[in-house]
Design a protein around this ligand. Sequence first.
Ligand SMILES: Nc1ncnc2c1ncn2[C@@H]1O[C@H](COP(=O)(O)OP(=O)(O)O)[C@@H](O)[C@H]1O
Ligand SMILES: [Mg+2]
Length: 355
Amino acid sequence: MEIRIENLTKAYGDFKAVDGMTLNIADGELIGLLGPSGCGKSTTLFMLAGLNEPTSGRIFFGDKEVTHIPPEDREIGLVFQNYALYPHMTVLDNITFPLINRKVKKAEAIERATEMAHLVQLDGLLNRKPSALSGGQQQRVAIARALVKKPQVLLLDEPLSNLDAKLRVETREEIKRIQSEVKITTIFVTHDQEEAMSISNRIAVMNKGVVQQYDAPQSMYLNPINAFVAQFLGTPQINMFNAQITERGAELDGTLLCSESRMKAEAGESLPNGTYQMGIRPESLELCDDGFTVTADSVRMTGRDLLIFFHIGDTEFRALTHSDQHIQAGDKLCLRIRKNALIIFDENGNSLVKY
Ligand SMILES: Nc1ncnc2c1ncn2[C@@H]1O[C@H](COP(=O)(O)OP(=O)(O)O)[C@@H](O)[C@H]1O
Ligand SMILES: [Mg+2]
């Protein structure tokens, strides 16, 4: 089922929780709806589910407009953060519930529920009560229950937030596997950028009710449309700072970050001299023999990487390097910026060019 969202707005008085959202989601696609708490993700999902009436705009499932159709007629499956299972019912009864509710015969309901339980790998647990399951297993029951009606669209609102770190990763892989087996068009709401990037075909990043960028994870990470997206994606966070473009190149407090000749070579034409907001991801700063020199303030071992803190003038930077490097606080380091990794923003925070 293809989904089209046209200029969708939800206002509470003067406040717009969702502001003019337009998105197309292809049949069978899994998209991540990503943004900080309060940016309008759940409001969007609830409008898609029919649980929240839009102020304006339209929603289409396939060719059919569903903007004002009640939830039970939309053929959607919903999964929330708190699994919302019936505690007094067994796993099997929880999964068959939507079918029994729809007057499907008991034998058929059990057959379909058992099939779903197998899909989400709950075989053998069908007679347990939810309280006898782990959080991840409970969430899989919720997913099976959402899918058992064979909905056309699956809507997941922060489904992994209540799980611990390890289960979160396992369960998100599980969701990805189930989704690609069933090939159901899916919208996955999360505030966790890593989760969104690892699971989604495309991500819509929202801020204050407005979609900032809608793109595949890698392309969004490498080409953020503005400073908000650049800062929201990636850990450790991108280094953002104000620096000058001069006839020498990109300069910060006398340190030449990127020469004029390299800027010309990479982007063709140069920007007018002046102060610009710039961004460099920590992993885009690499050790080299021929670059600019800094002094490490402190070094943190994270396992796979070493995270190095240093200053240029008053600006603190973070650089990531491989954990087999031997670097200590006070060491002088020669660094350069990887190609195409210095992002320049205009005064409104929109990306202009990469050098
Ligand atoms: N019924 C409501 N009345 C007024 N404001 C609301 C209502 N529901 C949500 N909001 C506001 O709309 C904004 C978006 O909420 P929500 O969609 O739940 O955000 P998210 O899911 O991204 O955390 C928030 O600022 C929230 O306080
Ligand atoms: Mg929410």
